[in-house]
Design a protein around this ligand. Sequence first.
Ligand SMILES: [Ca+2]
Ligand SMILES: [Ca+2]
Length: 382
Amino acid sequence: MLSLLALFACSGGDTADISTPPKDAASAVVAPPPVVAPPPVSAGPQRVIDLDAPGGKGGAPAGAGFIIPAGTKAELTAGALSDGSMGMKFVASAEGDALMCTESMQLGPQVTFGTRMKVSALTPGAQAWQGLNVELRARDANGALVSPASGRYVLMRNERAPTDWAEWEAPLVLPAGAVAGEFCYRFVNSTGTLEVDRIVVKGALDAPGAMGGSTGGVAADPSRPVTRWDLDTPGGGGGAPQGFDFLVPPGTPGTSATAGPVAGGTGFTFAVSQAANSLACSQPFPVGANSSVRARVRVTDIKTDARVWTGFVAEVRTYDGANALVSPQGSQFTTVATVKNSGDWVELAKSFSAPTGAATGKLCFRFVESTGSAEVDWAEAG
Ligand SMILES: [Ca+2]
Ligand SMILES: [Ca+2]
């Protein structure tokens, strides 16, 4: 008490003293303090994808997509999960490249990814990095993949054993130049079942529901899976990346078709210096009444003429169950786009109705009576 009195004496009376009520204490009691709104849950913008409503791509709930390369054994269902919550269930019954991803979103400098999920029946691959991976595909302002030093994607979680239901979150370190991306769940050389109740991204800049970005999937018919080719992995036909084939007839002059780096990512380059019948085609994907395709392409050095069908052409070739060509009325193939001028990266897109009897399609690129060079970063079909 002596020291408090001494402090009060030394303070000259103006400085607040912890033992002395302020002189206006009485009025403070009469007038209650104003109600202050509680602080927001997150300091930054936050996007919650609850996965409770249909409407996503490839049969996924709204805000997400299911992307399955042709031939991959995996399926996704939306609805009630094993604990009664609503969400999506992703079953990989054979090793493959199927992916479950959020739609691409703009990301601020500080991002925290959170999710509530459960992994069961997991048989992980032998290597430490295999299993069920949760990862960000980071992208720059042009939509090109931006990789961290540690690998192709920004890894948030690697599960190598089954888990119970758990909600976790992880702050991310974005690679330099990354401004957007999609969050993906992937069984890497592994099989298993993943259930996801919800996804919470703190630090996403898009307003909820405003889906942007370049990788949202294209399936006009949500029951049909989206097939996506990142074109980032070798292993396709004729030296193309996985999922595509380079078809250069023997003896064809002047065609070079290479897989490897394209600006900002990985894809293939298809260059033709003498007009010929060489092609770059995707592997087959299912088609129907509401089909669509998309691809990110850059065409350079093109030399063509004014005829409407000449130039760099993206087209869908459709086939029946016996692999016989089925043509739409009035033309041989379904033209996606005809590019007649060199330019920067563009996304080519086309919705179409497959001809009657067609079961599968291939997305093909060629230079029709023209020469030039085309780079393809990725392609999608649904
Ligand atoms: Ca949910
Ligand atoms: Ca790519």
